[in-house]
Design a protein around this ligand. Structure first.
Ligand code: FES
Length: 235
């Protein structure tokens, strides 16, 4: 899939003081002469700050790492986790459309995106809050079909469960990620077959992290309401 920079670009980009300090510290994590290795964390921090990766942001990162801007662009355009255009402020839904997800019904998820968000990918709908796009394999095929929203995966979806997630996002709620069919992770649906020890935790570490950080965020004036822990899909 060809990915290009957005036609509309801001005039400039500047890391906030806090992010600049963080970025400089990141660079120090790598051996002398190898600071280019910090390109992904720096690009990601730029995206977290602005919501997407603009040309000026690429140029700033390139300058900090002594790289040609085109080399930084190559990284940003290769990985789907980098958004090269503005996306929804509350959620940008990335639907995996590669073969395992396609065989498990990703076309139904795309249909829901078209019905509930916008007919075309990368169009920001619902007052700038939500957007969607189809992406290549997200590396979690055993939980197909799935979508990625920010740092979270919503797995084992069908049209119905996904429609509910989209509706929640549109109404400002923050649905709990992870398997939507109550699988702990990617174990067999019926039962464990080889490693017979039953997992005691209510949910896996990624879901736990989401719940904990959302509860903290809620405590700090967030307007989004969180699905309660007892309603978590893996609880
Ligand atoms: S094909 Fe969808 S995660 Fe791999």
């Amino acid at each position: 899939m060809l990915r290009r920079l957005d036609k509309k670009q801001p005039l400039n980009f500047k890391f906030s003081a806090k992010n600049l300090a963080w970025a400089k510290k990141q660079i120090l994590n790598y051996p002398k002469g190898r600071k280019q290795s910090a390109v992904i964390p720096l690009l990601f921090r730029a995206q977290e700050q602005e919501g997407w990766v603009s040309k000026p942001a690429i140029e700033v990162v390139a300058k900090m790492l002594d790289m040609a801007p085109v080399r930084v662009f190559e990284v940003a355009s290769f990985y789907f986790m980098f958004h090269l255009s503005p996306v929804g402020s509350a959620a940008h839904i990335q639907v995996c459309g590669t073969t395992p997800c396609m065989l498990r019904g990703s076309d139904g998820l795309i249909r829901q995106c078209k019905d509930k968000i916008s007919k075309r990918a990368m169009e920001i709908a619902h007052d700038g809050k939500i957007s969607w796009e189809e992406v290549e394999c997200l590396g979690a095929c055993s939980n197909a079909p799935l979508v990625q929203i920010g740092s979270d995966y919503y797995e084992d979806l069908d049209e119905e469960s996904f429609a509910k997630i989209v509706t929640d996002l549109i109404s400002g709620r923050k649905p709990v990620p992870g398997s939507q069919t109550k699988r702990f992770s990617s174990e067999p649906i019926e039962n464990l077959t080889t490693l017979g020890t039953k997992v005691e935790e209510a949910q896996n570490a990624s879901v736990e992290l989401f719940i904990d950080s959302s509860i903290k965020e809620k405590g700090s004036n967030t307007k989004r309401s969180l699905v309660s822990k007892k309603d978590a899909p893996n609880a």
